[in-house]
Each structure stands twice: as C-alpha cells, then as structure tokens.
Design a protein around this ligand. Structure first.
Ligand code: IVH
Length: 700
C-alpha cells in the first residue's frame, strides 16, 4: 500500500503537523485539509491493517481533533471518506433490504484428504488439465459481508441474508477501522466492484468483551462468530465502533472496468486488495500446484489453529486462475472452483442431566447445568454455566433435553441450543430456588436485572468466593493459595474473611494433613510478598461490582493512596475514562460502606500497601530499568498484559512501534512485520519470550 519513500514522506509530514498542533497556531486551512486526512488514513492503516503503528494513540488523537475542529467550522468541506465520518450517528431505526449484485453462495465442504482428492479429480476432468494451481487460505469464522465500491468510494455494504437479499449495514461497517472508506480501484481500471469478506472479533477483544458482560451479569456470547454477527446489526452505531470489529476480504464477485488492468488470478486479486489498503489474506495464503501440497498445508494449518489471534473453522481451497474458475462454473448451491476443508468440530451433543445453583461473591445465584460428559475442543466437559433465568427461557432448556454444546479456543463452554424436536415428554422444567441454597436467606431480583441475588453479605458462599477472588492470579496472585486451600481453611474456621489471610495460624495449619514445612513456608512467603502488590491488583481483588481489571487500573492511576477514594464524589469518578454512572455508583457505595472501610483499615494495619507505589518508586536496579520494550507475536508463557506490566514494574518503558528508540523487541510465535523491521535496525536487541523472562528478577 505505502512504499518506503511514501512512508517516510507521510511520517515527516506527520511530524510537521504535530509540531504545528503543539504550537496551537490552528494550522488547518482549506488547502491543507486533504493532506491532514491523508495522514490520518495512513496512520489508521498502520494501526488497524498492518498492526504496526508509527505514532502513539495520543498523537493520533491530537491530529484527529485538529481535523474535527476544522470540519465543525466548515461542514460544507466534510467529505464522505473523511476519517471523522466513521463516528456513530446515534440510533438507526432499521436496516433496509438490498439485493446483492451476485448471489452469495455457500461452499462445498470437505473433511479429509479423500474428499479433497475427489474434488481435485473432478476439477481436472472438467477442465481437461493434468494439474491445477490452487490458492489456499483460512476459512474465517465470523459473519460474512458484501461491500460495493463505486468510483473508489465505499457505496454500500450488506449482510449475507438469504444469499440473494441481505440487510444494508453500511453505517455499521463504516465503524470497522480496517475497512477503507475509499480506495483507488480506478488505478486498476475498476469502476464498480463487489467484494466479499468476513467480519470478526479477535480472540483477545472477544474475551475482554465477554468478561465485561459476565461482570455486568449479562450472559456472554457463545463464540466470536455470534458476537461479530450480533455486533453488525446493532442499532447504536457508536456501540458498534466500541466492539473492535475487524474484516478480512477474500473474494471479488463482480467488477465493471474501463480496461483490462485487473488481476487474472485469485491470489492477484487478494494482492490488489492488500495494495489498496484492505486486509486480505495475502500473508496467510499459499499458492501451490497439485492437491498433495494443499493437503499437507491444510493439515499443518489445523495444528496452528489455536495460535492465531482470530478464529478459523477450516481452510478454503480455490482454483487460482480466474478464467478457469469461470469455465468450471457453479451449481445452484456452490462454486465448483472452491471447496472448504473443515477442521474438527468444537461442538458436541450431550444431555442436560440436572442443575446446581451456585452463589458467587456478589451474591448472584448462577444456575450451572450438569451434563453427560462430552469431549469438545480437546477437553471433557461435565458442567456448563447457564447464567440466569432469562437465558434458560431463551434457550428453551429443560431437564433431560439433548443439547448442542460448543467450546472454541480458550473460551468457556456454552450451550448453543437444545433440540426441542427430540423431546419425549419426560423432560422437566428447571425450577429456580426462592431462597439462597447456602444460607437460606430470601433471594431478591433488583429491578431491571436478570440475576437473582442473595443479599446477605455474610452469606458464607459469598465470603469464601470473595477470598478466592482476592488471592486469584489476576488479583493479589497469592501462589500456593489455591481455591481448594481457601475452601478448606474456611470450612475449618481458620479463615473467616479477607484480612484473615494475613492472620493465618501457621502452627494449626502445619498440623493439617498435606502441609509439610516446605508447603507451609511457600504459602507464608507468597502471602507476605502479596502485601506489596501494585495498587490496581488490590483494587481488582476487592471485588467491587463492575470493577474489572481495566477499571481497576484506571482507578489506581487516579490516586496516591486508596483511601483518597473516600473523598471522591460520583461525578468525579465519572470523569475517568470508561467509568459510567453505574460503575461510579458502585465504587462510591463501596468506599462509603462502614464494613468495607473497616476491612481496608485492617488490611493496612496488617501491612498491605494501599499506596500507589508506581507513582512514587522509580526502579533502577534491574536489567529492564530505563530500557524500552515492544512485544510482537503470540506469547506462550505470559499473558501480553502481564508481560507489559512486568516491564513497567521493573523500571522499563513500553513503546508502540519499531524505531531506533526501541531497545528490546520480544518475539513470540508468528511475529510479522515488526520483526522484519527491527532486523533492519542494528541497535535493537531481538529476544525470545524465554530470554525476556530470564531478564526479570526471580520471584521468591
Ligand atoms: S469464498 C463464492 N473464502 O464461508 C464463494 N469464503 O461456508 C465465496 N468464508 O459464505 C466464498 N472464509 O462466509 C470464502 N477465505 C474464505 C472464507 C469464506 C470464510 C465463509 C463465507 C462463506 C462461508 C461458506
């Protein structure tokens, strides 16, 4: 898309703009506004398509705001493809039906090497060739879309619908930052083009999004596919923007052109799309002659499936020569020039045997289905959360039902549906309890919520869950103090509440079976070292409703001492990023509750730091101190966010792109352009995840 000299030119223009912006001289003029838009588009491309930004988010925002300010004063100069025009415009009332230029067909499926051999044999017979060139690419597991660009501008986009008619969702696809609003198709002689692709949410964003839903008591999506499809049809366009959708474009279905400058192969089309700023599977595709190499490749790829940042459910094999595609033609259902190779299913059928009701740390009563053991995605599943009463109704679940379950990647298993047509009449309705299954206190369902709660905050189930949460890996991370130990100590009366963790009687514990000197020492050391965990971990560990890891970090950055929150008003809390009315209310109530304040004071007396050490302590005595770091590719041992945290904890700094300012590039699996770029800069040390871990101070 942008070659080296263009990149350099645009980057130097970027610096000029940033400088001008800093001087506050109001640098945008009618003559210069196009140049500013070009620069913003360039940085969107670097960030969303290439995953390799050259400027920080703040710098992007400065430039974006310049443009926004100018366009406010000159609304007549706003162009349809201006970077500001992705912004949501409130609510859409409905999505009009539109007909696709060419029907969106399905693909024939294959499941093993024999199926592919058969298909290749037929294609060779039909074409009279002895060997065919194929292009093999991932089968993206998302929601399919169709886009039309007319005279280089995004004109319309639509869902698949029934294949002939879909819903027009242009306003929502404009929110997908990796999709250019305009592209120079004219440089290939193209006037109008219809492109097909898949909208997805990457696994990381999906997990974050689902965690947030769970936190709010809303049932999560079963898989990224459902959430992508659902997100495309949301009527609040700004919300669509927040979902971080991505799009891969993999097929050109229709072209009108003024000449013959268009590619003649499928892989050439994918390259063209890539060169015009789209994400196409150019880097993931393989062009080979003969089906044997195809078979080898799809089998290799299946083994790599879990290391990809997005879900794929198979591979698609396509005849590469477009003229040959035309000759092979299609049936009414699928083209003869392409076939899907489906990976092993991550779904299985099972039976819903019974339901247990569990009480969580916020008192929420969650029904958990006991199911007949089923193997899915490499693990045996025997229980599945079924979230709440409404979910049970929506999925029409009854005891004794045959159900379809799914587990994709590292996502928790979900029930996709129940087969109501298989009922025998002996199925029974699921009865929700009216009192707490642990402490028998009456259950209560707050207005507008879907979850029944036990409101006795001393309910033993809640207390023990709060302690488990406090010690957990993402909170205070007290190693050797797993869930089983917390439950055991709690049942024996050795641990009654969170501060009790720091007052354990090690002599008594030492008498318990299975607690030798070594394990006791480990436990004691882990508990002691948790006293100086960063403040955001403590905040997250407190289990304040609606405060997940991200909000905990936001909160920690606001104060020098946790107790400062007792002086915050709800309005002040709402000033912080990502904190809305509901979350602010919950935080406010937490810090104005006498019991909670008593607990915090007790923790402080016991030596737990309530201070924001990061704001005060500058680490200088580690190999990371003063060095800059960037991570690329998939890490295997550390979560990316934990690795980044370790850098900061140990006095290092994170940077967002490869430049001469970078000291260390830490390379995980499937690293891409960042690695290539770093190799060209001699001063950058390129290290593996293992080497990075070795640089960290050893944990005791
Ligand atoms: S080609 C005319 N390529 O899979 C054929 N489809 O099961 C056009 N899909 O409806 C489709 N990744 O939504 C093609 N690399 C890929 C794909 C892909 C995912 C979807 C697409 C299609 C469905 C068929």
């Amino acid at each position: 898309m942008y070659d080296n000299s263009q990149t350099k030119k645009l980057q130097s223009k970027t610096s000029d703009w940033l400088l001008a912006a800093r001087e506050k001289s109001d640098p945008v003029t009618t003559g210069k506004v196009d140049s500013l838009r070009e620069i913003l588009r360039f940085h969107e491309y670097r960030y969303y398509v290439q995953n390799d930004p050259l400027i920080s988010d703040e710098e992007y925002d400065i430039l974006y705001k310049l443009l926004e300010k100018f366009e406010k004063v000159h609304p007549e100069l706003v162009t349809q493809d201006s970077p500001t025009q992705r912004v949501g415009k409130g609510l859409v009332s409905s999505f009009p039906k539109v007909q696709h230029l060419v029907p969106m067909l399905s693909l024939e499926n294959s499941y093993n090497a024999d199926d592919l051999l058969d298909w290749d044999r037929k294609a060779k017979e039909l074409s009279g060739l002895s060997e065919i060139e194929y292009c093999v690419e991932p089968k993206f597991d998302g929601a399919s879309i169709s886009l039309i660009y007319d005279n280089d501008q995004l004109y319309r986009s639509a869902t698949r619908g029934d294949g002939v008619v879909g819903d027009e969702i242009t306003i929502n696809t404009r929110q997908i930052k990796s999709l250019p609003l305009s592209a120079k198709f004219s440089s290939y002689g193209i006037e109008q083009i219809e492109i097909r692709g898949e909208v997805l949410i990457n696994k990381n964003n999906f997990k974050k999004f689902n965690d947030k839903l769970i936190e709010e008591g809303i049932p999560p999506f079963a898989n990224p596919r459902n959430s992508a499809a659902g997100s495309l049809r949301i009527k609040d366009t700004a919300e669509v923007g927040r979902r971080n959708l991505e799009a891969f474009l993999y097929h050109v279905s229709y072209i009108t052109a003024t000449d013959t400058r268009q590619p003649t192969t499928h892989s050439g089309m994918l390259e063209m799309l890539w060169n015009l700023g789209f994400r196409s599977p150019k880097k993931e595709m393989l062009v080979v002659k003969g089906i044997d190499k195809v078979i080898q490749h799809v089998e290799d790829f299946e083994n790599k499936r879990d290391t990809l940042p997005y879900e794929i459910d198979g591979m698609v094999v396509k005849v590469n020569d477009l003229q040959l595609q035309e000759r092979l033609g299609m049936t009414s259902h699928h083209p003869r020039w392409a076939i899907a190779f489906k990976f092993k299913a991550r779904q299985a059928t099972s039976k819903l045997l019974g339901v247990n009701f569990q009480v969580g740390r916020t008192g929420a009563v969650t029904p958990v289905a006991r199911i007949a053991a089923a193997a899915v995605g490499g693990v045996t599943v025997t229980s599945i959360s079924i979230h709440n009463e409404e979910y049970i109704k929506e999925k029409q679940l009854m005891l004794g039902d045959t159900i379809l379950i799914e587990r994709s990647g590292d996502v928790i298993p979900q029930i996709v549906k129940s087969f109501t047509e298989l009922r025998t009449g002996s199925e029974e309705a699921i009865q929700f309890p009216t009192s707490c299954p642990v402490c028998s206190h009456q259950l209560f369902k707050p207005e507008g919520e879907a979850v029944w709660r036990c409101i006795n905050i001393n309910c033993p189930a809640q207390v023990v869950e709060r302690i488990i949460h406090f010690v957990s890996k993402d909170a205070m991370d007290i190693k050797s103090f797993g869930e089983a130990n917390v439950r055991k100590f709690f049942e024996l009366g050795l641990l009654k509440d969170v501060p009790g963790i720091y007052e354990l009687d090690y002599e008594v514990i030492g008498q318990l079976p299975g607690f030798g000197k070594k394990s006791l020492d480990n436990l004691q050391a882990a508990i002691t070292s948790s006293k100086s965990q960063p403040l955001h971990r403590l905040i997250y560990g407190l289990g304040i409703r609606y405060v997940g890891e991200t909000t905990a970090k936001t909160l920690a950055n606001l104060v020098n001492d946790l107790m400062e929150f007792t002086d915050y008003t709800e309005e002040q809390l709402q000033q912080a990023e990502d904190i809305g009315v509901k979350v602010a209310g919950s935080i406010y109530r937490f810090f104005h509750d006498a019991e909670n304040l008593h607990m915090l004071r007790k923790l402080e007396q016991l030596g737990i730091s309530l201070k924001n050490q990061k704001k005060q302590v500058i680490v200088t005595d580690t190999p990371l101190a003063g060095q800059t770091f960037l991570f690329t590719g998939t890490l295997n041992r550390l979560k990316r966010s934990d690795a980044e945290e370790k850098v900061e904890e140990n006095g290092g700094k994170l940077v967002s792109g490869v430049s001469s300012k970078l000291n260390y590039l830490v390379v995980g699996d499937d690293a891409g352009s960042k690695l290539e770029k770093a190799k060209k800069i001699q001063t950058i040390k390129i290290i593996s995840e293992e080497e990075f871990i070795k640089m960290l101070p050893q944990e005791k």
